[in-house]
Design a protein around this ligand. Structure first.
Ligand SMILES: [Zn+2]
Length: 434
């Protein structure tokens, strides 16, 4: 994004090399020479230019060179080639109970837990999309099932109508069909006392699904929909035609960074404390500006970019960077024209102190978890950090060089140590900030 130029009835926005022109009360968006017609006109309210939400799905995909979908129901913007798992629901009556059948388009991983009188069915780490957030059933056992993925972990929450019902979840159809059987327990000869307090009875599994239900109630961290979880943006460096550095055995930096991001993402989600947004999904080209736009849309707690470059022969080695401009910014230019606008190339400057703190926390925690001696965090003009409106750092592991065997960098133990180090560093960062 190169800048923004407002006239009385029109505004011109530069986004990389693409020029966008919007006009007040006009549905036409001009992008370079192309015209795009919105269903609703652009408005100006008290000097602020406002575009209809369809702008996200019509204009943004072209700018980001990635598919963008806007889910109206929960106001989520999905960027990138995410193919979410979808499902259909059916309920059928069985003697003294009901059977709910959820048919997914892709296999799920099943874990269940009982909380506050409800049964929670965790569906694994792959995104799941639901057409509605609540499903109602005409039976006297489970009147409602809710779908929730606000914390980044998709799950179904079943509310039983009364205390003491038995719940038998099972997974069939190659992991695509989830059957939740809910039954009145058989009457016992002696009047057996109904359990109180612990309303939802955890978890009897049936037949083949037993193996997929390990210590369910303890295996999952105690998280139920907390819409206020902070977002961490993970950026896998390079991608598409940009391979980045290359190791002795042909290992490419772009693939190693994607691997690291995948591990860190899982660790962050498993902590139950964060939502995760990825900039690059798949092997695609993405400019620094595009990465920064994705980050800024998410209003994150932190932005972490991953790289693996040629840092000399020692391996493995870790450096953490925060942003410093190549030349000091001219104080006369900073926000001088309007306090509402910060020049795109100076966005990160306001977060310098926080970014340096985050870099320090990461350096310390990564040294502790990987047992690799590192240097102090560096402040360098890392381009991808320049326009991030949040604490932002880059982590570089190395060396990935043509004369170095990169095997230690692909070692799952090393990569998991990095993932755990990131989780611990974010905790330390948040503790220091509060
Ligand atoms: Zn790199």
């Amino acid at each position: 994004m190169g800048g923004l130029h407002a006239k009385r009835k029109a505004i011109t926005i530069w986004f990389g090399n693409t020029r966008i022109v919007l006009r007040e009360n006009n549905r036409i968006v001009r992008m370079d020479n192309a015209k795009l017609r919105l269903a609703h006109p652009v408005r100006v309210v008290k000097g602020d230019w406002m575009v209809p939400t369809e702008f996200l799905t019509s204009v943004l995909p072209t700018l980001l060179n990635q598919p963008v979908r806007y889910r109206v129901a929960d106001r989520q913007v999905l960027i990138g080639n995410v193919h979410p798992n979808t499902f259909s629901v059916a309920a059928s009556a069985v003697p003294h109970g009901t059977e709910l059948t959820f048919r997914f388009t892709q296999p799920i991983q099943l874990q269940t837990a009982a909380r506050n009188g409800k049964w929670v069915i965790f569906l694994g780490s792959h995104p799941v999309e639901s057409t509605q957030s609540a499903f109602r059933f005409a039976n006297s056992y489970v009147p409602e099932a809710r779908f929730d993925d606000q914390d980044g972990i998709p799950k179904l929450i079943l509310t039983p109508s009364s205390v003491g019902l038995d719940f038998f979840p099972s997974l069939t159809g190659g992991g695509r069909v989830l059957v939740a059987l809910v039954k009145q327990p058989p009457p016992s000869p002696a009047s057996r006392p109904q359990p109180t307090g612990n309303v939802a009875r955890p978890l009897a599994a049936t037949g083949q699904s037993a193996a997929t239900l390990p210590q369910a109630a303890t295996a999952v961290p105690p998280i139920i929909a907390s819409p206020t979880l902070p977002v961490v943006v993970l950026d896998a460096g390079h991608g598409g035609t940009d391979d980045g550095a290359r190791g002795e055995n042909g290992l490419l930096e772009k693939n190693l960074t994607a691997e690291l991001v995948a591990r860190v993402r899982v660790a962050l989600l498993a902590s139950g404390k964060y939502k995760v947004v990825l900039t690059r999904v798949g092997d695609v080209n993405l400019s620094s500006n595009q990465r920064d736009v994705i980050a800024n849309l998410a209003h994150p707690l932190a932005f972490i970019s991953f790289h693996a470059g040629n840092m000399g022969l020692a391996i493995p080695r870790i450096n953490v960077y925060s942003y410093a401009p190549s030349s000091p910014p001219d104080p006369n230019l900073m926000g001088a024209e309007s306090p509402l606008f910060v020049p795109w190339n100076q966005v990160q400057l306001a977060y310098a102190a926080e970014s340096q703190q985050l870099a320090l926390d990461l350096q310390q925690q990564l040294e502790a978890t990987t047992h690799e001696a590192g240097s102090k965090p560096w402040q360098v003009p890392v381009r991808v950090l320049r326009s991030v409106a949040a604490p932002a750092v880059a982590i570089e592991v190395g060396s990935l060089a043509p004369d170095t065997n990169p095997t230690p960098l692909t070692n799952p133990t090393f990569q998991n140590q990095i993932a755990i180090g990131v989780v611990m560093a974010l905790a330390a960062f948040q503790a220091g900030a509060s």
